[in-house]
Ligand binder design. Structure first.
Ligand code: CA
Length: 288
C-alpha cells in the first residue's frame, strides 16, 4: 500500500543516467513532512552545491505560475544561525540565489526555503518561508553506493558519477588492476605468478630446470605504475655459473696483481730519486 501511494504521489524527473536523480511529490506538505517523505522514498531533501545545479534543478521541475512552490533542503533553526543544507551540512549560497528583498525573515518566523519555478526574474530564486506552510518537496536519490567503484572513491555530479581510483587500479569503475609487461620464460627455466596474473601486486617466482642455476633475484613484484620491481633473472648451467665465478675471480686477481705491481714501481721510483739526491748533495746530509 505504502509503495503504491509513493508511486502515485511521486514523480521521477526525466533523468535516468548515472549520477544523482531529482524527484518531487505532487502533494504539498510542511517542511518537516517533506523531508521525511524524501528520506523515506529517496535519499534526502535536495542539496544544491552551485549555480549550475540550481539551474539544472529548475529546468527539471514543472512550471508553476503561483504559490505553492517547492521546498528545498536548506534551513536554520534560529534567526542568527547559518543557512545549512541538511543533506550534507554544506553552506553554499550564491550571490544571485535569493529573490529580491529576501531572505526577509518575515515576522521572524521564516527558517525554511522555497525555490520559485514561475516565469520572470524570480525563476530559480529562493525565498525564506514559514516551515509550517504547505509546499511540494524536492528530493534527490544518490547513485553512489558501496559497489559503484570497485577500488576507488565515488563522487556524484549531475548526470554522472566519477570514480577516483586507488593507486594500482584503473578503468571507469576502478575495476582493473594496472598491468605490468608480460614476463617471458627464461631460457632453461620457468616462472609462476600469484593468481596467475601479471598485474598490480602480483608476485612472480622464477625457477630453473634441473642442472641450471638461477642468476639474479628469484622473484619480482608488479608495482602501482605497472613496472616490475626488478629485472628478470636468468638460468645458467653450473658449468657456466662456475666459469662466471672463475672469470670474476680471474679478473679480480688480475686487478690485484696490477695494483700491487704499480705500487711496487712507485716505491722503487721514489727510492731511486732519494738515492740520487743523496749522491749529488752529501753536504746537506752532514749539515742536517
Ligand atoms: Ca521571505
Amino acid at each position: 500500500m505504502k509503495w503504491t501511494l509513493i508511486f502515485l504521489l511521486g514523480s521521477c524527473l526525466a533523468e535516468t543516467a548515472l549520477g544523482w536523480t531529482y524527484h518531487y511529490s505532487n502533494k504539498t506538505m510542511n517542511w518537516t513532512q517533506a523531508r521525511q517523505w524524501c528520506q523515506t522514498t529517496y535519499t534526502d531533501m535536495v542539496v544544491i552545491q552551485n549555480q549550475k545545479e540550481n539551474d539544472y534543478l529548475v529546468s527539471q521541475l514543472p512550471n508553476r505560475t503561483r504559490s505553492p512552490y517547492f521546498w528545498i533542503g536548506i534551513t536554520k533553526n534560529h534567526k542568527n544561525e547559518t543557512w545549512t543544507w541538511i543533506g550534507n551540512n554544506s553552506t553554499w549560497i550564491g550571490e544571485q540565489s535569493w529573490a529580491a528583498n529576501e531572505p526577509n525573515n518575515n515576522h521572524s518566523t521564516e527558517f525554511c526555503v522555497e525555490i520559485y519555478v514561475n516565469g520572470g526574474e524570480n525563476r530559480g530564486k529562493w525565498n525564506d518561508e514559514k516551515c509550517g506552510n504547505q509546499k511540494y518537496p524536492v528530493c534527490y536519490q544518490a547513485q553512489c553506493n558501496a559497489t559503484s567503484c570497485s577500488r576507488g572513491t565515488c563522487q556524484e555530479t549531475i548526470k554522472n558519477i566519477t570514480c577516483l581510483c586507488e593507486p594500482g587500479f584503473e578503468g571507469d569503475r576502478c575495476q582493473t588492476a594496472v598491468e605490468c609487461p608480460p614476463l617471458s620464460e627464461p631460457d632453461n627455466g620457468y616462472h609462476s605468478c600469484s593468481g596467475g596474473s601479471q598485474t598490480f601486486n602480483s608476485t612472480c617466482q622464477f625457477n630453473c630446470n634441473s642442472g641450471f642455476r638461477l642468476i639474479g633475484s628469484p622473484g619480482v613484484t608488479c608495482g602501482v605504475t605497472g613496472v616490475w620491481s626488478g629485472p628478470r633473472p636468468a638460468c645458467a648451467s653450473y658449468k657456466q655459473a662456475l666459469l662466471a665465478v672463475a672469470g670474476c675471480g680471474a679478473v679480480s686477481a688480475l686487478c690485484c696483481i696490477c695494483f700491487c705491481w704499480m705500487k711496487h714501481r712507485k716505491r722503487k721510483k721514489l727510492s731511486q730519486v732519494r738515492q740520487l739526491e743523496e749522491a749529488t748533495n752529501p753536504a746537506s746530509e752532514s749539515q742536517g
